[in-house]
Design a protein around this ligand. Structure first.
Ligand code: ATP
Length: 387
């Protein structure tokens, strides 16, 4: 498995062959680059130290790194930070390469999405936000430019420079609310160039934000995917802000009624009343085990000698293969994942998982053994692409 950022052996720009410029930010340039050892492609964000200091952006850069560190690799819907390094003039962030560019570009290209397509990406965004908020992070700048696509057309949310960290990962009560920090930075607050349309009313009226602020932005994005235009439009930022504060927007003729129902429940002035704003943890635990997004689950008979125990198997990002007592809903254990883990389908029902120390005999009573092996192979390819 790729080592966590801190543990990785020292890297430098010479480990990569830099290619074309993928894009430019206000204080960064992003290059397509190839790891010279593995030939794997990455997007490398290069920041000029002097520029960051001059523009007083160190805090934002540090925050982006911290958020990406917290997110790690457990949820596939975020750009992943593989390594960071620096030289005397630059900082380098080695990130997942989003091969298929920005959501905004796709909306512009297609005019608008079909309702099935909009539903699909709304669902991926909901999962991503559920994970993000579960980690105590609010994005605060969610917009179609910050939702990228990977090579398989799954979303990769990016740009965490404006994020707010409510708590650190393992110290639940240690609040690090950086609304206060941002309040001092009025210039940024009022210069949401290109983003004004996605700012929630509470961010405008009280400079306060919460996970519900991202749900507002999600409502705006769904509206845009379905109709092709943003809900709050105007000739100036001031006019846009007035419209947001007055909840002044309309649905074009033919706007899908189900999508309208959803958007209406997200674009609500009071953040607490937005759909999903008060969802509790049990809901989350169905899709995540120990913070890892579940990819596949099902009942499997786990054989040991003459006996077989029925277990709920959960293949998750991380990667992990957990098994749970399906009656007591208690986590019983996990098949230890390693680069050497291998699946083998014997027939539609029976399959084996080989690990260096044990061979697991598994039987899917529903006959989905081949699908299990395929899913395991896909997760392997994601985590061990060099193999
Ligand atoms: P600003 O800093 O002004 O808010 P930004 O956040 O877009 O701008 P960057 O994160 O440096 O700045 O990104 C610059 C551009 O590079 C983006 O617009 C995007 O098109 C492209 N880009 C960024 N990250 C990736 C990535 N992981 N894969 C592919 N392209 C990327």
């Amino acid at each position: 498995m790729t080592p966590p950022v801190e543990e990785a052996r020292r890297r430098s720009a010479s480990d990569y062959r830099f290619g074309k410029v993928l894009g430019e930010g206000s204080f960064s340039t992003v290059y397509l680059a190839k790891d010279i050892h593995t030939n794997k492609e990455y997007a490398i964000k290069v920041l000029e130290k002097a520029h960051i200091i001059r523009e007083k952006k160190s805090e934002y850069v540090m925050r982006e790194k911290e958020v990406l560190r917290i997110l790690g690799s457990s949820c596939p819907y975020f750009v992943r930070l593989y390594w960071t390094f620096q030289d005397s003039e630059h900082l380098y962030f080695v990130l997942t390469y989003a091969k298929n560019g920005e959501l905004l570009k796709q909306i512009d290209k297609c005019g608008c999405f079909t309702i099935e397509c909009a539903r699909y990406y709304a669902a991926e965004m909901v999962l991503a936000l559920e994970y993000l908020h579960g980690k105590g992070i609010v994005h605060r700048d969610l917009k179609p430019e910050n939702v990228l696509f990977d090579e398989n057309w799954h979303i990769l949310i990016t740009d965490f420079g404006s994020a707010k960290i409510l708590k650190t990962d393992n110290t639940e009560n240690q609040k690090c609310d950086n609304d206060a920090l941002d309040k001092g930075d009025k210039r940024r607050r009022t210069s949401f160039v290109g983003t004004a349309q996605f700012v929630s009313p509470e961010m405008l009226s009280e400079s306060s934000s919460s996970p519900a602020s991202d749900l507002w932005a999600l409502g705006c994005i769904i509206y845009q995917m379905v109709s092709g235009v943003m809900p709050f439009r105007g000739r100036s930022e001031f006019l846009i802000f007035q419209k947001i504060l007055n909840l002044e927007y309309e649905y074009p003729d033919g706007f899908d009624p189900q999508a309208k129902d959803l958007v209406q429940k997200l674009l609500v002035k009071n953040p607490i009343e937005r759909l999903g704003a008060t969802d509790e943890a049990p809901y989350t635990s169905i899709r995540f085990v120990e913070g890892n997004l579940i990819l596949k689950q099902g009942l499997i008979d786990k054989k040991k000698g003459l006996f077989a125990r029925r277990r709920m198997f959960l293949l998750t990002f991380g990667p992990h293969l957990y098994y749970v007592d399906p009656v007591a809903m208690v986590l019983k254990g996990e098949i230890p994942w390693s680069e050497d883990l291998r699946s083998e389908a014997k027939n539609f029902k029976t399959f084996f998982i080989h690990t260096p120390n044990r061979k697991y005999y598994l039987e899917d009573p529903e006959g989905y053994a081949l699908q299990w092996c395929k899913a395991i192979d896909e997760v392997k390819a994601y985590y061990h692409p060099e193999q």
